[in-house]
Ligand binder design. Structure first.
Ligand SMILES: *Cc1c(COP(=O)(O)O)cnc(C)c1O
Length: 361
């Protein structure tokens, strides 16, 4: 059997409901995100059932996939100049930081008889996308130009943190954009309804009710699937961990020494030095999955006595000596996915079947 990645819709629904409840109490809208699951339709539907206000993805292909769903959609990654027509067609909003792109969006929207909604991104320190927050003159010049375009509506401003520089959202750096929104509203006499923050690293602020007043939208992706927030890696109260798990098949099951025998190369096939520990003779299973299928960093066997020893391109080696189960070749072993890298790579893998299921909570 192909390895399968199984998405538990009940856990995803539960986590999203908890998020929506917490956000609604503070008059904050929620953007549910499908990029971690490659625009999966069932997950997208589940997010809507759980009450998100918008759906978002970083790739237009994924938004096209979920186009029929009855909720407004946002493109998270700045549109490519070469895709503005599709963006206007399939996304109600896009997050932007380049006036060239915004002008092209406006022209595309006019040609389609539409108005496209733009959220202008500000960089308050993380150094991924956005206009640098201290460059007030440039920000004002860009806003002025956007307001002169007939095909776009400046729906808001936003910021993103912890994605490149690892900077944690705080009342201070979120405060920069809430204050900026106030100033822009006054100085340009505009509505600017949305002030969007977050990703999964802002959940501690949401739970401490420390999101500055005025920030009224959060965009949340990986926490829904992992059950942990991103600033400190903590479990979130009331949220389910491990909404996504993986199964792979045993193709070899043998007892072998735990120390390699022979002269040892300076590195293994993946550039990592080898540092095995002598644990004597161990029962090891080889599973038909490897680094070409998935980033193995987050694989943790549900049976806690099973340890992941390593992997090459097509083989995952696990130690099953201490497991109470009597495995045989052909059996499946199930893993939780504990890292976003594992979720992302597994979801995008052609070698893995992606399926949904509902576990009773
Ligand atoms: C991916 C992304 C998010 C969500 O990030 P998570 O930390 O995975 O929740 C939010 N905003 C933007 C712009 C993104 O690209």
């Amino acid at each position: 059997m192909k390895p399968t990645l199984q998405m538990d819709l009940n856990k995803i629904r539960n986590n999203t409901r908890e998020l929506v409840r917490k956000a609604k109490e503070q008059n904050i809208t929620v953007t549910g995100i499908t990029k971690g699951v490659c625009g999966n339709m069932d997950v997208a539907q589940t997010l809507i059932e759980a009450g998100v206000d918008y759906l978002a993805d970083s790739r237009i292909e994924n938004l096209i996939n979920i186009h029929s769903l009855p909720v407004e959609k946002m493109l998270l990654r700045s549109p490519k100049l070469s895709e503005v027509q599709e963006v206007v067609q399939y996304a109600d909003y896009s997050l932007n930081s380049e006036i060239t792109v915004i002008k092209a969006l406006s022209a595309a929207a006019i040609s389609q008889g539409k108005t496209h909604k733009v959220i202008l991104m500000m960089d308050v320190g993380d150094l991924r996308e956005g206009l640098w927050f201290e460059e007030t003159e440039k920000i004002y010049a860009v806003v002025k130009q956007i307001l002169q375009l007939n095909g776009v509506y400046l729906a808001g401003i936003g910021t993103n943190l912890t994605c490149f520089g690892g900077v944690i959202p705080t009342e201070e750096n979120y405060g920069i954009i809430t204050k900026m929104a106030e100033k822009l509203r006054t100085d340009f006499s505009i509505e600017l309804p949305i002030v969007s923050g977050g990703n999964s690293s802002c959940l501690h602020l949401l739970y401490e009710r420390a999101i500055p007043r005025g920030l009224n939208n959060v965009r949340i992706n990986q926490a829904i699937f992992l059950g942990t927030e991103l600033a400190y890696g903590k479990r979130i109260d009331g949220w389910e961990a491990h909404a996504i798990r993986l199964q792979a098949e045993i193709i070899e099951l043998q007892e072998k020494p735990s120390l390699p025998q022979g002269e040892i190369a300076y590195m293994n096939a993946f550039g990592k030095p080898i540092s095995p520990i002598d644990k004597g003779i161990r029962k090891r299973a080889i599973l038909a999955i490897g680094r070409q299928d998935i980033d193995i960093s987050g694989l943790v066997a549900i049976d806690k006595t099973i340890t992941v020893e390593g992997a090459s391109s097509d083989h995952l080696i696990v130690d099953v000596t201490d497991s109470g189960e009597h495995f045989a070749v052909g059996d499946m072993i199930t893993f939780h996915l504990n890292t976003y890298a594992s979720v992302l790579s597994g979801m995008a893998s052609n070698y893995i079947d992606q399926v949904v299921f509902h576990e009773v909570l």
